[in-house]
Design a protein around this ligand. Sequence first.
Ligand SMILES: [Zn+2]
Length: 260
Amino acid sequence: MSATLPPKSFPDSDHPACLTFHGDLPDLLNANKRGMGSVKYPVRRRASVKDVIEALGPPHGVVGGLMINGINTDFTPLLHPGDHVEVFPFTPPVDVTKPTLLRPKPLPGLAFLVDANVGKLGRLIRVLGFDAATANDEDDSQLAALAFHENRIVITKDRALLKHSKIAYGHLIRCEEPQEQLRSFLDYFGLAPPFRPFSRCLECNTSLRPVAKEAILHRLEPKTKKYFDAFQICPDCERIYWPGSHHQHMRNWLAALAHT
Ligand SMILES: [Zn+2]
């Protein structure tokens, strides 16, 4: 909302604005309107189209395109009585490195901030080698500030979080099972093999580096010492990684994922 204009209200009107929600956005409308494609909205106050969309349910973080009276627009115009608004979801694959009318400042690359409510998904994203920090103790404002300052895309199940003004890019997870969540995540951002599996620490997201077996011999269990020779270490938390049975299990799973 502009600070240079005095506040004003619109008179109650016989001509409500009409907002049409496309794709899966009707599922995100508030309970009394859920599933409706078009919503009549009586414009009684001065509010941007973004504020009105969010008041109806969908967070701006899931809106990929916007038209008012047939013209592509950004989030800022005020809604007027009689306006026809078309609200579109993102169309996968989503490329966050290209500027759009809604998001004129693209991101330099793919980096994620994974909310604690999808923590297992965060680990799976890190298994594939993507930069995916996990938010644990941060409140919504801290999490949004972190995403903003580190140019990260927020991955969450929390619809309200993606309404935060500092969050430009987000992906709302709507399924429960972590592998299904990963499939949805990969499809959304158009990510496909080759990945760089086992290149990041699963716990703290730091890139791993090779470490000589002799340097960590004192930390290895007898069987690990006997059967394995190649090791990596996290320079931050010093966890040690090696291609054990869980490693092969994960590789099989990744191979299966690539063919689904
Ligand atoms: Zn680590």
